[in-house]
Design a protein. Structure first.
Length: 186
């Protein structure tokens, strides 16, 4: 009834399709909740944040977070003066960080030192992170924070969609071929 080659082809297509779908599910579960930024002076008139000590920019890199996920942010001060870090709803020092995400907001991080905070964003939306040292926001020490809703499912990659399409097509072709063979027998 089934030829060995048709069963083998169908099995391979199904395994690839299931593997690619499983890979997406695992990827969604292994996001690293550790974040690192570097704070410092780019020039005498521009300060910033970066993903490394040599990539400081103004504004700093955008942070994309997932609502309800707990993160640990570490900020390294690679500059020559004190800096700090907090998440706020507007591009201004608030004194009360959103999600309790603030590092040394009034005592500051000394040059060559670092500070960390663990926090959980509990509301989706757009925010800013800023340096709370007076005058530093005006010199460029800020960046954007995007908190995505935790109810948004992770969309499969294009490769996963292709494999899933191939799996469905191969399965439909296999079933149609078997129906045709069955009709010939009777």
């Amino acid at each position: 009834m089934f030829t060995r080659s048709s069963v083998l082809v169908l099995t391979i297509v199904l395994v690839i399709g299931l593997f690619s779908a499983f890979t997406v599910a695992v990827k969604a579960q292994t996001k690293d909740p550790s974040l690192t930024l570097y704070a410092g002076e780019i020039s005498s008139s521009t300060y910033g944040f970066g993903n490394s000590s040599t990539t400081l920019t103004s504004p700093g890199p955008t942070l994309t977070l997932i609502e309800g996920t707990t993160y640990t942010m570490t900020v390294y001060n690679v500059g020559t003066m004190p800096h700090a870090w907090e998440i706020v709803p507007t591009q201004a020092v608030s004194g009360s960080p959103s999600f309790k995400a603030g590092i040394d907001i009034s005592s500051y991080i000394s040059p060559g030192s670092s500070g960390s905070v663990t926090f959980t964003p509990n509301k989706a939306g757009n925010y800013y992170y800023v340096c709370t040292v007076p005058g530093h926001i005006a010199l460029g020490m800020y960046g954007t924070v995007v908190v995505q809703s935790s109810t948004i499912p992770e969309f499969p990659s294009a490769l996963t969609l292709i494999f899933m399409g191939l799996t469905l097509t191969a399965t439909a072709a296999f079933v149609a071929k078997q129906k045709t063979k069955t009709k010939r027998l009777f």
